[in-house]
Design a protein around this ligand. Structure first.
Ligand code: S3P
Length: 174
């Protein structure tokens, strides 16, 4: 884990429900670094919500937004960047992340993930979980089984609070 103490940015990757956004908030407060959530940034730039982008423009358009936003935000420094769960799917995105900062993957076991994403699945804010959310999580987890392995560090959040996770990361950075 060499170099993260002087890393330009922190990039948090992981499946939906692993706590990326909450952990990024804590880290940005503790470090005094700017927080960017790529999903929020896409919504701001596109002028519409993620469910709207998926419904009106399709997932491919969302993925293009995601790549553009990642490249832009990681060209700077001093940022804590929480990414969407699928941002790791493109090789070019993975390269941009590794070149732009210290990449940390958050994971969690399936039961914890299902519990955490149930309400967002029901409210429709996570379009990939529409329908039978449990079945969707199971299928997506399977298809993304190795997708987060490129990260430089991995934390299993199943039994940790977001504050615990942030503390672990801060300790590693010292
Ligand atoms: C997605 C995860 C979401 C969001 C979009 C697609 C994915 O972000 O980017 O709904 O492909 O896993 P979160 O991981 O923050 O929920």
């Amino acid at each position: 884990m060499d170099g993260q103490g002087k890393c330009r940015n922190i990039v948090i990757v992981g499946f939906m429900g692993t706590g990326k956004s909450t952990v990024s908030r804590i880290l940005s407060e503790r470090l005094g670094w700017e927080r960017i959530d790529t999903d929020e940034e896409i919504e701001r730039r596109a002028g519409k919500s993620i469910p709207q982008i998926f419904a009106e423009d399709g997932e491919a358009s969302f993925r293009d937004w995601e790549s553009r936003v990642l490249t832009d935000v990681l060209s700077g420094s001093g940022k804590v960047v929480a990414t969407g769960g699928g941002a790791v799917l493109r090789e070019s995105n993975r390269q941009v992340m590794l070149a732009g900062g210290w990449v940390v993957a958050l994971t969690a076991d399936k039961d914890s993930l299902i519990k955490r994403v149930m309400s967002s699945a029901a409210s429709g804010t996570r379009p990939l979980l529409a329908g039978d959310a449990e079945a969707r999580v199971t299928a997506l987890l399977e298809s993304r089984r190795r997708a987060y392995d490129f990260a430089q560090a991995t934390i299993d959040t199943s039994r940790l609070s977001p504050a615990d996770v942030a503390n672990m990361m801060l300790n590693w950075m010292q």
